[in-house]
Design a protein around this ligand. Structure first.
Ligand code: SF4
Length: 350
């Protein structure tokens, strides 16, 4: 196995460079090849002496791996399956076996969004989620996260990245923060943090780091404003009650243009009552949070079904009447099981 260079920060590339006898400056040249010029092989690092390239190749590789499978929706959404391992690279940290993981490309008029995974499976156990049903099979390395962005065919046309794929990003916070540094740094992919959203179920112990160390938009999955009901749907409520999550967010100084949103799946007759709308409005009061209402995509063994159009509109209108900006999110990729909560990777063939 080799160490992938994609996903490494400039400081880490400096260590790599000095480790093979190069000057620190070579790290900037390597970053340019990796992140600006899209190198796929060390032989493309032509600024470096041949002997240094050969030295590098003993331990390192670029680390780019194309998806092993794609599924195309009739609405243009594409689901890509990435391998947990290749003969050269482990994309799962901690020596775990992992499972292959998915990223979803969602074109929409002048936007092209990539929904990336941060873990293979998930240990958060949300009742309504296919990924949660799979259990936890490992966290993705920074290289695995960056590879999803660089190695889909539509990479050059992407306008937005959302960490809403498999896994809880804040359960893999070091790798996610490192990937965001690579995505946003001028020496890296130079993305504006305003085009990146990290979605979390409210893992408060690491939420503060995401707030302090990045400027990305934040989305919190709420799904019920009532603690007893939320505990049944999302075990995380026991450790980190949603009231406390929003108390933290209320007191946090959100810089201009940094967006906070609440994700809310609407189940018919479960969490779509006027009392839920009123409590949700109270929960987010004092923040600039807007609400995204999401249609539910049925999964086996979960007893509730989605609220349909009129129910969603009633809920949205009540929130709007209470002064909350609420919108209904268009559902994408349901026919290829790429919609919210439907992602499920596979046991790696390798
Ligand atoms: S909803 Fe998110 S945090 Fe919950 S089990 Fe699914 S992937 Fe994990």
């Amino acid at each position: 196995m080799k160490q992938p260079l994609i996903g490494k920060t400039l400081a880490q590339l400096e260590e790599v460079a000095t480790g093979v006898g190069l000057r620190k400056f070579a790290a900037s040249q390597m970053a340019r090849r990796l992140y600006k010029l899209g190198a796929k092989d060390l032989s493309e690092f032509t600024e470096l002496p041949k002997a240094a390239r050969e030295d590098l190749a003993r331990t390192y590789c670029v680390g780019r791996t194309a998806p092993v499978r794609e599924s195309r929706s009739k609405d243009g959404t594409v689901k890509y399956l990435f391998p947990a391992h290749t003969p050269e690279v482990d994309y799962i940290s901690g020596g775990l076996k992992g499972i292959d993981f998915e990223a979803v490309y969602i074109p929409d008029r002048d936007r092209a969004t990539l929904c990336v995974s941060s873990q293979a499976g998930c240990r958060m156990g949300c009742e309504f989620c296919m990924t949660g049903r799979q259990g936890f099979h490992g966290s993705l390395t920074p290289a695995a996260i960056i590879n999803q962005v660089l190695s889909i065919p539509e990479s050059a046309s992407l306008t937005n990245i959302v960490f809403m794929g498999m896994g809880e990003p804040l359960d893999n916070v070091d790798a996610v923060l490192q990937a965001i540094e690579v995505l946003t740094a001028p020496w890296g992919l130079a993305w504006s943090p305003k085009r990146i959203t990290v979605s979390s179920i409210g893992k408060m112990d690491t939420l503060r780091r995401l707030l302090d160390e990045t400027k990305v938009h934040i989305a919190i999955s709420v799904h019920s404003p009532f603690s007893p009901q939320r505990k049944e749907l999302m075990p995380v409520e026991r450790a980190f009650p949603i009231e406390k999550v929003f108390a933290l967010l209320r007191n946090y100084d959100f810089a201009h243009q940094r967006r906070l949103s609440a994700e809310y799946i609407l189940w018919d007759g479960v969490n779509d009552t006027p009392a839920h709308a009123d409590a949700l409005a109270r929960l987010i009061r004092g923040t600039s949070c807007r609400v995204n209402l999401i249609r539910f995509h049925a999964i086996p063994g979960f007893p509730h079904s989605t609220a349909e159009g009129p129910g969603m509109e009633r809920f949205r209108d009540r929130l709007n009447d209470l002064g909350v900006t609420a919108t209904i999110r268009t559902s994408r990729g349901e026919d290829i099981e790429a919609a919210c909560g439907m992602l499920a990777g596979e046991s790696s063939a390798q």
